[in-house]
Ligand binder design. Structure first.
Ligand code: ADP
Ligand code: MG
Ligand code: MG
Length: 209
């Protein structure tokens, strides 16, 4: 599809829930290395609650779906990632009052990143969600500016998020629990950056379908 509309927003959330379910063990393993081992279960529980919350919702715009997802994540997920992803989805939702093409979707996802940064105060390079989300938004913007289709732009964003997540391996964590480890956080991929890469891959998958 060429426009990110309410049915695509719902498909995106369903694809995220499926990806988080599938990758739960891996996310937990990554968080066991440099955190408290709950990232997989936090997100699995959160997105399962989001699916329940979406039942019976008959959204007319993509923003309604994503705002509902965000509100649910804030209320159901503890830890750092619940409020961060929750506020991000609320911000994305607020920025999508109607169907969006690549440029408007890039703006909405940039608003999501701004929300993460406003709450978490992480800079790029701090080994967090921000390290996957920032290059993904940049790639989406560049692709949109170059006239890419929605699936092309989303694929570029997903690839950039994957690279951003992998590039967290050599970094020392400066925010969140992993920062308590100091130099011992070096050499491990950040769980949150990894789950952000899953979000962008899910977006690429549903727009390509
Ligand atoms: P907790 O660490 O509270 O158990 P999770 O395990 O669900 O929460 O999430 C951990 C992830 O949250 C980290 O891998 C990191 O990417 C992200 N994170 C933690 N603090 C911040 C922050 N201040 N800004 C952005 N992301 C953060
Ligand atoms: Mg954790
Ligand atoms: Mg925790």
């Amino acid at each position: 599809p060429q426009l990110f509309d309410s049915s695509l927003a719902e498909a995106w959330i369903r694809a995220i829930a499926a990806a988080v379910e599938k990758e739960r063990a891996r996310l937990t393993e990554l968080d066991s290395a440099i955190g408290d081992g709950d990232h997989g279960s936090n997100l699995q529980r959160g997105f399962a609650a989001v699916l329940t919350a979406l039942e019976g919702l008959r959204p007319t715009d993509p923003g309604a779906v994503l705002t509902k997802a965000g509100t649910t994540l804030v209320s159901k997920v503890g830890g750092a990632s619940g409020p961060l992803y929750g506020k991000a989805f609320r911000a994305i939702g607020a920025a999508l009052p109607g169907p969006a093409g690549p440029a408007a979707l890039a703006d909405a996802l940039a608003a999501g990143l701004d929300a993460v940064r406003a709450l978490g105060k992480a800079e790029p390079g701090d080994k967090t969600i921000v390290d996957a989300w920032t290059p993904a938004v940049a790639a989406l913007r560049d692709a949109a500016a170059a006239g890419a289709t929605l699936p092309e732009a989303a694929a570029a964003a997903a690839d950039a998020a994957d690279r951003g997540a992998r590039d967290t391996v050599p970094l020392q964590a400066r925010k969140g629990r992993a920062s308590y480890l100091g130099e011992r956080s070096i050499g491990h991929q950040d769980p949150g950056a990894t789950s952000t890469a899953l979000l962008f891959r899910a977006l690429a998958d549903v727009t390509a379908a």
